[in-house]
Design a protein around this ligand. Structure first.
Ligand code: MTE
Length: 388
């Protein structure tokens, strides 16, 4: 335990230095450092302490529901310093007949629905792209799974009398904005907003949301990149077209066509990132570990956004041959599948790989699909182990 803590502290220090590069040039360091205490003692990797950005160590990606203290945290700005759920209000306006303001107790009187969702940051794995791209240099753990509960967004939109002119739904959070930085405001298309699984979540794994995860209410847009799920929700506005703002453009966009690593892409040749890719990661054995000869269990998690995981394959010989892994029993539309594969190991060096395929026929690629913002990294995962 002690050596693991030391190991994480070392990683955290290195990561802090590496992760300090802002995604956008306007995100200059300000002088008012956040005073939020970081749960570093839980072993989380601190990718940035200026705004709280915590990565889940890959070996924690081994339970169907991630315990909340181990659920990754991604903040573009400061968390709200004063947030009182008893006085908090949520306004619903724009293209609606009867604009509404709801208190938390009014929101909680509405019928609730639960969705087990794997939330992944679009930038997860950015640190593996070459050439390197600016932004938080996430490793494998800007992803976690929880059961989110709250009213369906569509019930609230219908209560407000959604007009047929409503084409997008915009979310605004209560982040504290440092200096002249644009606020974290984004929108989702009306079809996704009206999906019965899109929630105004107030609970995570059966308990009220914690501050890191959006207390008292957040949007939950299942199967989509984490950025769609706005935290500390204060305003929902129905728009007649997509929201125009930094976190829609130039932020969170992918090239329309594949590009060569290092290419410059014009904004007009890009589109907004929405659903997640097919991906698997190995949560054990840990990369670089030494194990005894005999049966070795390779295990991990695999997810595919709005699609389902069809299979996970494991190679223990660097990709020459592949064997099917056994998928875990726990299953829900937008949640990852845990998987496991056992093999008999003799003394030697092993390169162990995992590769997921989804029900849309997408397969994890051998090499990363590079893009200028380093989004949706999903190359085949690999660990090297020594058996002696
Ligand atoms: N909502 C607000 N208001 N501010 C933010 O910075 N970050 C987004 C999203 N919602 C963000 C936000 C991003 S980029 C991600 S990946 C998810 O929150 C992360 O959710 P989590 O911190 O609960 O894991």
């Amino acid at each position: 335990m002690n050596s693991r803590r030391t190991f994480f502290k070392q990683i955290s220090g290195a990561a802090l230095a590496a992760g300090a590069a802002p995604v956008f040039a306007w995100a200059f360091p300000d002088k008012t450092e956040s005073t939020i205490s970081l749960p570093g003692e839980d072993g989380m990797i601190v990718r940035s302490s200026r705004f709280v950005d915590l990565e889940t160590p890959v070996e924690y990606l081994n339970s169907w529901l991630t315990p909340v203290p181990h659920f990754f945290v991604r903040n573009h700005m400061h968390e709200p310093s004063e947030l009182d759920p008893t006085t908090w209000k949520l306004s619903i306006g724009g293209e609606v007949e009867k604009p509404l303001t709801l208190s938390l107790s009014q929101l909680q009187k509405l019928e609730t629905h639960s969705v087990v969702n794997t939330l992944e940051c679009a930038g997860n794995g950015r640190g593996f792209h070459r050439p390197q791209v600016p932004g938080i240099q996430w490793g494998k753990g800007a992803v976690s799974t929880a059961k989110f509960t709250g009213p369906c967004l569509r019930d609230v939109l219908h209560q407000a009398g959604l007009k047929s002119s409503g084409k997008h739904v915009m979310f605004r959070g209560l982040d504290e904005i440092p200096g002249k930085v644009p606020p974290f405001v984004r929108s989702i298309p009306i079809e996704k907003a009206l999906d019965s699984d899109t929630l105004i979540a107030t609970h995570m794994n059966g308990a009220p949301l914690t501050k890191h995860h959006g207390l008292p209410a957040r949007a939950l847009v299942p199967g989509w990149i984490g950025a769609a799920s706005c935290k500390w929700l204060t305003e929902i506005k129905v728009l007649d077209s997509e929201f125009v703002g930094n976190f829609m453009n130039p932020g969170y966009r992918l090239p329309n066509q594949p590009v060569k690593p290092g290419d410059v892409v014009k904004p007009e040749d890009t589109h907004v990132v929405t659903s997640l890719n097919v991906k698997s990661v190995i949560s054990g054995p840990i990369d670089g570990s030494t194990l005894r000869p005999g049966k070795i269990s390779v295990h991990g998690a695999a997810w595919a956004g709005e699609a389902d995981v069809a299979k996970v394959e494991v190679s223990t010989d660097g990709g020459t041959s592949w064997k099917p892994a056994t998928l875990g029993k726990e299953q829900s539309r937008y949640a990852w599948r845990l998987w496991q594969h056992e093999f008999a190991a003799k003394a030697g060096e092993y390169s162990v790989l995992s590769r997921a395929t989804d029900t849309q026929g997408r397969v994890q690629p051998e090499s990363p699909v590079w893009n200028p913002s380093g989004y949706l990294f999903n190359a085949i995962d690999q660990v090297k182990i020594h058996v002696s």
